[in-house]
Structure formats: C-alpha cells, structure tokens
Design a protein around this ligand. Structure first.
Ligand SMILES: Cc1cc2nc3c(=O)[nH]c(=O)nc-3n(C[C@H](O)[C@H](O)[C@H](O)COP(=O)(O)O)c2cc1C
Length: 210
C-alpha cells in the first residue's frame, strides 16, 4: 500500500504519523501561569536535541486556534519543567490531558505533590523518577498548523536516588511510559542487548569472506 499525503486532511496525516512514530516518550510538563497557577499536561511529541548544552524539545499544538496553557505559559514565562512519569502513573498522565480553564491546576485536581525547583520558579512533580528544569531557548514553528517546537536548556536534572549510576539510567527501574497511536500506552518490553557498535566490523572491506 502507498499513501500520498498531498490530498490528505491534516487530521488524517496526524493519525498516520502518530501511529508510525512509536513508541514515543512522554514529557509531563509543569509550567506556571502569570497568576501563579501550576499547569500540568503530557506531550509525546518530545525529544532531546542537544547534549552540549543539554536541550530538550516539545511540540505544542493549538486548541481551537488558541495556545494551550502550556504553550502560553512557556512563551510568557520562558521556563518549564519536563517531568518523566513511570508506568504506575499512566492514568494520571492521561487525565492531565483533559482541558481545564486557565485558573485550574491539574496538579491539585489529580492530587500530585510538587517540589520547588532550584533554578526556576516553576515547581517540579515531587514523586516522579526524573524532572528536568528548563529555560526556553528556541521557539520554532514548522508547517501550517500553528504548533510550536519549544526547546529548553536543561539547567538541572533531578533523578530519584538509586536510578542513576555513573550517569547511566537504569531503564528497567525507570519503568518508562510509551505513547502509541490514539489513547493507547505501553510499558517497556523485552530489552535486547548488542555489542557496542564500535566493536562490530563495518562495511564490506571489514567482512571476512568464507
Ligand atoms: C499522552 C499524551 C500526549 C500528548 N502529546 C501532545 C503533544 O505532543 N502536543 C500537543 O500539543 N498536545 C499533546 N497532547 C494533548 C495535550 O496534553 C492536551 O491538549 C492538554 O489539554 C494541554 O493542556 P494545557 O492546555 O494545560 O497545556 C497529548 C495528550 C496525551 C494524553
């Protein structure tokens, strides 16, 4: 089967892409409004874009043509926290995507504890395995949807004790949540370990013909 995207509606292309680009990690983002309300929402269009300095990005779309609370708060306040939930938190992650008025805090509604950040006014979630304090460095619009890719420099990593040794996260202990197509999630499956790529013979000239 071949699909030509040219005549397709944007929502159908969205459905196709979100089924193809899987599994996606989830940035569980806390922000602060101008009135000091803590906002929380999940974003699975999320990746890291630089390690020097550390930078991560989320793509925040519009809702009925308006900025979502997260987008507005980040663009106004220039700071945000990317929290990483674990697979015991899937229901709260999902429910935090429900749209509420600007003055309603999802952390209060869902009974999630917050803790102060070290470098920015935006609080982080207290009971998640990882939180990253971020300062907005770039906001970039791609395409015609009005969504913006917001890139923040990580000013501090907060990592649960016992989860990280020599800067290596224990993935099994992290128990990451994966977003797949639609309102569907998955947890970590089998981990397959290979030799380091540098130790593997590469290219035809390295191969020994028998
Ligand atoms: C798991 C999950 C991932 C999501 N990822 C995104 C995303 O990458 N970009 C986006 O704009 N909306 C995404 N959404 C929808 C937002 O979370 C939703 O619009 C939310 O109400 C935004 O909240 P806010 O207005 O408080 O910012 C996602 C929803 C779920 C459940």
């Amino acid at each position: 089967m071949k699909i030509d995207p040219a005549p397709m509606q944007p929502q159908d292309i969205y459905r196709l892409l979100t089924g193809i680009v899987v599994p996606r990690p989830i940035a569980w983002v806390t922000t602060l409004s101008a009135e000091g309300i803590i906002n929380l929402a999940p974003f699975s269009c999320f990746t890291f874009v630089s390690s020097n300095p550390p930078m991560v990005g989320i793509n925040v779309g519009l809702r009925s043509g308006e900025q979502k609370d997260t987008g507005r708060n980040i663009l106004e306040q220039k700071t945000f926290v990317v929290n990483i939930g674990d697979d015991s938190m899937i229901e709260q992650i999902h429910l935090s995507a429900v749209a509420h008025p600007h003055n309603v805090s999802e952390t209060t509604l869902l009974g999630l504890k917050t803790a102060p950040s070290d470098h920015i006014p935006v609080p982080r979630l207290a009971d998640v395995p990882v939180s990253m304090e971020c300062a907005l460095r770039h906001d970039i619009a791609f395409g015609k949807s009005g969504s913006k890719f917001l890139v923040g420099e990580v000013l501090a990593f907060h990592i649960r004790d016992g989860l990280c040794t020599n800067n290596k996260i224990d993935t099994r202990e992290l128990r990451p949540v994966c977003r797949i197509g639609g309102p569907n999630y998955a947890s970590l499956g089998e981990i397959v370990s290979m030799s380091k790529v540098a130790d593997v013979a590469t290219g035809p000239s390295d191969r020994v013909e028998k």
